[in-house]
Design a protein around this ligand. Structure first.
Ligand code: C5P
Length: 205
């Protein structure tokens, strides 16, 4: 069984994917981490994320980088969004994602193009979204919880910039896949969103 969970930054897709993993007892791959690893590798190598050759060289990252705490920062999220526009970078990460998706017993993958490109034949597909204001608010609380001093206006600007880049790129743009159910988490608690996701998946199986 393959479950595809896609959606924009801070929509709640990662939390939902992990909860589905526990519910259905399936392994979960956060595919955004792979693009973040490429973004962070480019930074460490002193390369230019907008230059396809530099981004592609970074796609051969060492797996140690996947446990680097810097991977989760918004700065690296933005770098990830810049390297992910290059088709050759996306191609370099496909096999790893498809291998994960097709392991015996099944898998859940979350990202931007799982239902459209990586696993178009997934058994269940969900597109998770939330308003920009709600997503920025989640990031704001996250940052406060980690002892940061977030600025709401720049969080909103970052999210809007990332949405625009992810949705308007030529290759594998972020969009609701055919057959995917929309789950808007703007007014839902985490528990309610997870229950709704389980109901949507069960109805598709
Ligand atoms: O989900 P996350 O915020 O970690 O993703 C970081 C960036 O990686 C996204 O903004 C997007 O540009 C890119 N990405 C992608 N395809 C995926 C997952 C992430 O292009 N399947």
């Amino acid at each position: 069984m393959i479950i595809a969970v896609d959606g924009p930054a801070a929509s709640g897709k990662g939390t939902i994917a992990k909860a589905l993993g526990r519910h259905y007892d399936l392994p979960v791959l956060d595919t955004g981490l792979l693009y973040r690893a490429v973004g962070l590798s480019v930074l460490k190598a002193g390369g230019d994320p907008d230059l396809e050759a530099d981004a592609l060289a970074a796609a051969g990252f060492d797996d140690d980088i996947l446990s680097d705490p810097a991977l989760r920062s918004e700065a690296v999220g933005s770098l990830a969004s810049r390297v992910s526009v290059h088709q050759s970078v996306r191609d370099a990460l496909i096999e790893r994602q498809r291998d994960f998706a097709t392991q015996p017993g099944g898998a859940i993958l979350d990202g931007r193009d799982i239902g459209t490109v990586i696993a178009p034949d997934a058994d269940a597909k969900i597109f998770v979204t939330a308003s920009v204001q709600v997503r920025a608010d989640r990031r704001f609380k996250d940052a406060l919880g980690h002892g940061g001093h977030p600025d709401m206006d720049s969080l909103i600007a970052d999210i809007q910039a990332r949405d625009t880049r992810d949705m308007s790129r030529d290759h594998a743009p972020l969009k609701q896949a055919p057959g995917a159910d929309l789950l808007d988490t703007s007014d839902l608690t985490i528990d309610a969103a997870v229950q709704r996701a389980i109901a949507l998946v069960d109805a598709q199986l």
